[in-house]
Design a protein around this ligand. Sequence first.
Ligand SMILES: [Zn+2]
Length: 430
Amino acid sequence: MIITRSKWGIGLIAFFTAISLALVLNFTGDYTPPKYKISAENVVEIKEDVELDSYGFNVIDAEVEEGRVKRNQSLYLILSDIDVTPQTIYEINRKSKGVFESNRVKPGQRYIVYRDAESSKAYRLILHSDALDYVIFEWKNAINVSIGQKEVTKQIVEASGVITSSLYESLVEQDKNILIANRLSEIFAWQIDFFRLYPGDHYKLIYEKQFVDGKPYGIGEILAAQFEHNDITYDAYYFEGEKSEGFYDSEGNGVQKALLKAPFKFSQRISSSFNRNRFHPVLKRRLPHTGVDYAAPTGTPVLSVGDGQVTEAQYRGANGNIVKIRHNGTYTTAYLHLNGFARGITPGTKVRQGQVIGYVGKTGRVTGVHLHYMIYKNGQPVNPLTIDLPPSKAIDESERSEFENVMKRLKEQMEEVKDQENVASALSTD
Ligand SMILES: [Zn+2]
């Protein structure tokens, strides 16, 4: 018996039969009828164009309805509402062990019920934990509980903007994803102090926009970005090779430097700058202020400005709770007057750039809540706001030509992206 998926199949079989008949005639000179001939009777057709939904289920004979979990609605209640018997619910619950915690059902979660079109009996429930992940409960024949994930599709898109007050506001004006602001400030954290942008600074970028079920779902990789700050243009191109991965400028130098510009995720006001001749407000005498004070609220997370190793994490007199991190042979940073240390921050611990190491407080000899932040270069305190930090690793030489191809293509694409001058002009009409 020959099974074919569609009418095309029948056509193809007839075509090949004709060819083989022709071949038989050509090579043997005389015609012997084949033992089995193909006729419409012994061809079984499978239904054409099986319609699958976005979960991969056949919905031809199904009624599908959507709902949201209500307050105090458990999995038991959802299932009994669609007339699943208590015994079946008990079995579903038993089969869920290790796959799904039934006490994790929260109001607002999306679910989908599949019913038999003829009998209206429900036989499948899909419960979403978020836009992407879901659990499938099935009880038509055997009871089965499994997990699934929606497909994320990507589209390459562009964005550009002009800074008026903050990068965040500039992106909100354009209704772009706020995540872009975060990612841009991460890419350029080593060149630009995002807490001190200038009106008129502008940026462009090419990035991957993600979709689930045709609806926007966050952003993927930023492929290229350009930021013009204080009349200097910074470029970053994403490259992923065998040996190099990250953002590089058009020369192939790593964009990411050794240390972040500030030990915070969000802007914090500087209450006292680096000053070698400062009059100390508590001691009433001249005492150099060899760090920067940030007037951040109590409990604000403090980030390590670079990869490194904790060399000190303790209470030390006037310094209060202090964390010191050695980044390399040249640079060490210190964070003083902390309210407390982040979990696991002890001498010897390795930390990553951007990792939370402690929280702003007012321990030690202080007049108020603040973080005293210091950078030591070769053991000497230097001004964190003016220090010129060294560049990080460049592209590996073996991958330079590959990088240049990628970079040139992105650069050309970037030149096509229009500047968003209208944002600034729209706001300057008052
Ligand atoms: Zn200070």
